[in-house]
Design a binder for this molecule. Sequence first.
Ligand SMILES: [Zn+2]
Ligand SMILES: [Zn+2]
Length: 395
Amino acid sequence: MSSKDWLEKDFYAVLGVGKSASADEIKKAYRKLARENHPDHNPGNTDAEERFKAASEAYDVLSDDKKRKEYDEMRSLFGSGAFRRGARAGGGAQFDPSDLFGGFSGAGAGGGAGDRRFGGAGFSDIFSSIFSGGGAGGGPRRGPQRGRDVEAEVTLDFAHAVQGTTLPLTLRSPGVCDVCHGNGAKPGTVPRTCPQCHGSGLISRNQGSFSFSEPCRECQGAGSIVEQKCPECRGTGGVTKNRTINVRFPAGVADGQRIRLSGRGEPGERGGPAGDLYVQVRVRPDDLFGRVGDDITMTVPITFAEAVLGTDLRVPTLDGSVTLRVPPGTPSGRKLRARGKGVQRRDGQTGDLLVTVEVQVPTGVSDEARDALERFAKLTPNAERGRIDARLRRG
Ligand SMILES: [Zn+2]
Ligand SMILES: [Zn+2]
């Protein structure tokens, strides 16, 4: 989460609690929202999903005393207009809130960030280190943090989507180094506590009436110093990992559907829970079959004679074939239904196979067939056409 998010988002409003709400009130408010908007209870409801995420984000900050304090301080600092009154900085420059936003959004008016310095560090550097803990140098250590959600897209064959399938999905994501277990130190050595900040990762600085914390230079905010780096991760504690997980796609999954796999996203940090994996499903269209909800559709050609006389029609299904009775006198375009031959969901709900018959008109016929057809035409006056002709004569 960026500092700008913190400036813009009112986490108290998101949870519907007052600024002075107790930890208990915050927890209750969060649990209620999480229950009401949980994706499992609101499948496909993106509004609920957004509310769920917003509540989690707000709770993540407000449930952590340290984070909540920083958030409150930042919002009151900015809201009070302290910067607008022209707090004097080390170099004598005046700060303007627009500089702050410029630094965050990357749309700053004229790249002033570099020369507006605050105690030697770029202003946005200080801000990001104070407020997000996610500065480039690795912010100060904090409590458990939930892993990030991961998005993936998978294209399924038509039949797989209808019948359900399990596919391996390979994800590349940052993970904890297995060799050093994330502390960045060569096996057999341990990082030592930073003598400068005594392990907190933060150094306090006083500037006029403000007191700021900034990441310790000695340890880059880590709180500890690695003397001999782990050869696997070169001291970063993290490596890029390929993870292969088997994703189960339920029977009847549809194009555009999003499947959520709880806890299959990126691993959490410092004991935090893993994020979620969201798989966006695409379904490859099929030459023969189409789909409307749980019904499978197809169009089958029949001859004129079959339409008139009726026939038993053998049509393919995804897993075999089925015989349908075409009754005598079936018009082109009629839909025949094979019950239960559509999508068969695990919950017992089943769709049908809907077969649309299309009467074919032959383009070339033998002389004998033509004679027969002419005889047929004489014997079967077109009653329908006769009715239309009668109306035309009346009009
Ligand atoms: Zn390592
Ligand atoms: Zn330090």
